[in-house]
Design a protein around this ligand. Structure first.
Ligand code: DI6
Ligand code: FE
Length: 408
């Protein structure tokens, strides 16, 4: 049965002459979980108006596409608050990692957790994002670093999508750190490529493969091996690139046709040009920049000039950004990185969808796409980037159905 939403102001996020793809006095028709029609209420075909099974009055609220968080590590066990205290005393993130803390401390906790515990600890993190209108979330593995624990993280991500009204896009990040039982990183990369990736592909455990290319993680050559294997199995790739140093990660990602390259604080001009040519999305993670008290900002102007689309994501993870809010990231993208509020919102809708290879299904209010949208108590869409710790979310609709608010 078709449903109709009327008396709404639409920020469709479809590019065009109107900022935010704005349509005042809009209407939106939903059929079978998809957007059947969207536009000015006055243009609504009479068949849709008269045939609607139910009409919802938006009471003048703004409606945006459901938010898309295209980069998270939210399935893990434990906390790194003690490490945060250490960092505040002056010990760097890299030093902590080299001492066997950092990612490896979360690996120890995650390996020790069973599926039930992992799901229970991850649920509130996901609920917190969803309470602000997130309807699609990417979740990476990477805290197992051995087949059973990596696959358990991906199983937990799948279980979250069964428990909550949210679309989960799983990513395999086996090449996140060198596990303690390996002396040689290349031997571990052998295991990732030879054992884990084929199973990920065969069991459809993840849609894409990510890696951490950095001084404290894997070299460009090791990353390239992971990408070769992934592409050979028909899996998409993406990369944690140039976060703490310029390792040529952006260009490497582009060379393999990556969906996205993420972080990018140290990306150079060659990397920007390569991303533009390859159509690779730049995923900006201002929360990690903030939480690690970094000083080098990503080359946002360069991305703009080259026409590289920019997404904004939470990076929700225990070490560099224990975030439960994507709206806060929109604010930080503006205040710390210089995005406009419109760019920030496009970064959490349209371009985040593209970073997940899902731009045909989600990311804008367009006929034919999934009916994932949010009604907001705001006077202007810039307010979504303006507030700090403010949640103006009124109603979330996913695949045409109103999501019941769930406790955080
Ligand atoms: N870069 C990050 O910011 C996260 N992973 C990565 O490759 C941090 C992960 C962590 O510190 O636990
Ligand atoms: Fe990350």
């Amino acid at each position: 049965m078709d449903e109709l939403w009327v008396n709404v102001r639409l920020a469709t996020m479809v590019p065009g002459p109107e900022p935010y793809g704005r349509i005042d006095d809009g209407a939106l028709a939903v059929s079978d979980g998809r957007i059947a029609w969207v536009g000015k209420a006055g243009d609504l075909p009479s068949g849709l108006r008269n045939g609607a099974g139910r009409v919802h009055d938006g009471e003048g609220r703004w409606v945006t596409p459901g938010l898309v968080d295209c980069h998270t590590h939210l399935v893990y066990a434990g906390s790194r608050a003690a490490e945060f205290e250490q960092r505040l005393q002056g010990v760097s993130y890299e030093e902590i990692a080299r001492q066997g803390g950092g990612i490896l401390s979360t690996v120890r906790a995650t390996r020790a957790a069973d599926l039930k515990t992992l799901v229970a600890q991850s649920l509130p993190r996901l609920r917190s994002l969803m309470a602000e209108g997130v309807t699609t979330v990417e979740i990476k593995s990477g805290y197992g670093l051995e087949p059973s624990a990596e696959f358990r993280q991906l199983a937990a991500a799948a279980e979250l999508s069964r428990r909550l009204p949210v679309t989960v896009v799983p990513t395999f990040l086996g090449a996140h750190a060198q596990p303690p039982e390996y002396d040689d990183a290349d031997d571990y990369i052998d295991a990732v490529c030879g054992k884990m990736l084929p199973e990920v592909a065969r069991r459809h455990l993840a849609a894409a493969v990510d890696a951490f290319c950095e001084r404290i993680a894997f070299t460009p050559a090791q990353t390239a091996r992971v990408f070769e294997a992934a592409r050979g199995l028909g899996l998409s790739v993406k990369l944690h690139a140039d976060q703490l140093s310029d390792g040529g990660g952006a260009a490497l990602a582009a060379r393999y046709g990556a969906l996205s390259a993420d972080h990018l604080e140290y990306t150079n001009a060659g990397g920007i040009a390569a991303m533009a040519a390859a159509g690779t999305v730049a995923v900006l993670l201002p929360g990690a920049f903030y939480f690690l008290r970094e000083t080098r900002v990503p080359p946002v102007d360069g991305f703009r000039r080259a026409g590289v689309p920019m997404a904004v994501a939470s990076d929700s993870n225990p070490g560099s950004c224990p975030a439960g809010s994507l709206l806060l990231m929109l604010n930080m993208a503006c205040t710390l990185f210089g995005l406009t509020p419109e760019e920030a919102l496009a970064g959490a809708t349209r371009y985040a969808a593209r970073a997940l290879g899902k731009e045909m299904r989600i990311g804008t209010l367009s006929a034919g796409k999934d009916a994932d949208f949010v009604l907001w108590d705001i006077a202007h869409p810039a307010e979504l980037s303006y507030g700090l710790g403010v949640n103006p979310c009124h109603t979330v609709v996913r695949r045409g159905r109103i999501s019941e608010p769930s406790p955080r």
